[in-house]
Design a protein around this ligand. Structure first.
Ligand code: GLA
Length: 387
């Protein structure tokens, strides 16, 4: 933190007014369900993005990124769809979206830094948006961090930044995770009603002790290259072919009847994933509450198969990491996040965590792929002011 303040001082010549941060996330289960009005179950990561900032009294945004190693200046009057491009969209977009929502927001001098792996499917973009949003909320007196209802409004502004300015049609789970998660808990979020509950997530307390092992496959992952949006459109088309607002409205007990009414085979597979995945979220919550990690592991496996075969958002690196983790003793494993690269998660006995990570690395080395990065995570806290 001291170093972020030092960097800010060096870049902008004045001390910052404060430091805010927001976490990355892994979704335990409930993938590609958020934009279908479904259920998701993310945890916030211990890894966070910090925004060290001062308010300006004009419309200039000056933002320095420690990761990009560059400073960008944006006149807030020029922000709009796909402008600016690149990482600055996630910062400028938040200020733009807050203004669109009627908040009195001016420019900022802001230094951003992060230990959330970038482009790894761990929501580095949402962490950046929400850290900047938290800073803007406090610096301009918007009170959007005060309670869950106002945090949900800030999350919605961050989603607008991502959808409308960065041009990634993502569904909102990541921003909700960054703003609503609680330490030691997974967030059960109903994306249709906005209702939340906090499910205790302490694997170390289970029997011999388990850990959640994340593997960043380092296979390139992007959510604004058309594939993600194509899945979203196919789901919406399936819902509309069934005369429903969203696939959430399909009764899982009558799934086969619903699928039989879809003429398009791709829509059948997309819809089957979404409906069964929502049911798996409910089952996972029940299994966690019953301390039944074997069942959680089986649900992870089933989720991965469904994402790979029906939703077709996995990739060979994710499949290999999941299979290698299982063969080395994981109770279950699955891709997490949007897919097409990014990260997998595995539920692993604590004593086997190193061996599982080594087995995954060996499977990658055998194929001549870039070495993956595996690390154990616990459920962290949501966005907050740090200093
Ligand atoms: C990305 C998006 C989320 C969600 C997941 C898939 O992380 O940002 O909104 O759709 O993919 O579950």
């Amino acid at each position: 933190m001291t170093s972020a303040v030092d960097v800010h001082l060096e870049v902008f010549g004045t001390p910052p007014a404060g430091v805010w941060s927001a976490p990355g996330r892994v979704n335990l289960i409930g993938e590609h369900t958020d934009y279908n009005g479904g259920l998701v179950l993310p945890i916030a990561l211990p890894q966070r993005t910090t925004a060290t900032a001062t308010a300006r009294d004009d419309d200039l945004l000056r933002v320095h990124s420690a990761q990009a190693g560059e400073r960008v200046e944006v006149d807030l009057g020029t922000v709009g769809p796909r402008s600016p491009s690149g990482w600055a969209a996630y910062v400028a977009g938040v200020l733009w979206a807050l203004r669109q929502e009627g908040h009195e927001v001016r420019g900022l001098d802001v230094t951003v830094d992060s230990d959330v792996p970038l482009g790894a499917g761990l929501s580095s973009s949402a962490a950046l948006e929400c850290a900047v949003g938290a800073a803007a909320s406090d610096l301009f007196g918007l009170d959007l961090l005060d309670d869950d209802a106002s945090r949900a409004r800030l999350a919605a502004a961050c989603v607008r930044a991502e959808n409308e300015v960065a041009g990634a049609m993502t569904g909102g789970m990541d921003q909700s995770a960054a703003l609503l998660c609680r330490e030691g808990h997974a967030l059960l979020l109903d994306c249709r009603s906005g209702e939340t509950s906090h499910v205790p997530f302490h694997l170390a307390g289970h029997g011999a002790g388990y850990v959640l092992l994340v593997t960043d496959t380092r296979a390139a992952h992007a959510l604004n290259d058309g594939q993600y949006e194509a899945r979203r459109r196919a789901s919406e088309a399936a819902a509309s072919a069934l005369g429903l607002d969203s696939l959430r409205d399909v009764d899982p007990h009558h799934l086969d009847d619903a699928l039989a009414r879809l003429a398009d085979d791709e829509q059948v597979r997309r819809a089957r994933h979404v409906v069964t995945e929502i049911a798996r979220v409910r089952a996972t919550v029940e299994a966690l509450e019953a301390d039944d990690l074997e069942s959680v592991g089986r649900l992870f496996d089933a989720s991965h198969t469904s994402l790979r075969d029906d939703y077709e958002v996995s990739c060979v690196e994710l499949d290999v990491s999941v299979e290698a983790a299982r063969s080395a003793g994981a109770l279950g494993a699955r891709m997490t996040g949007g897919g097409f690269g990014g990260s997998s998660i595995a539920l692993v006995p604590e004593s086997d965590a190193e061996d599982v990570a080594t087995a995954v690395a060996a499977a990658f080395a055998e194929r001549g792929w870039t070495a993956p990065r595996s690390f154990v995570v616990t459920a962290g806290a949501s966005a907050a002011r740090d200093a």
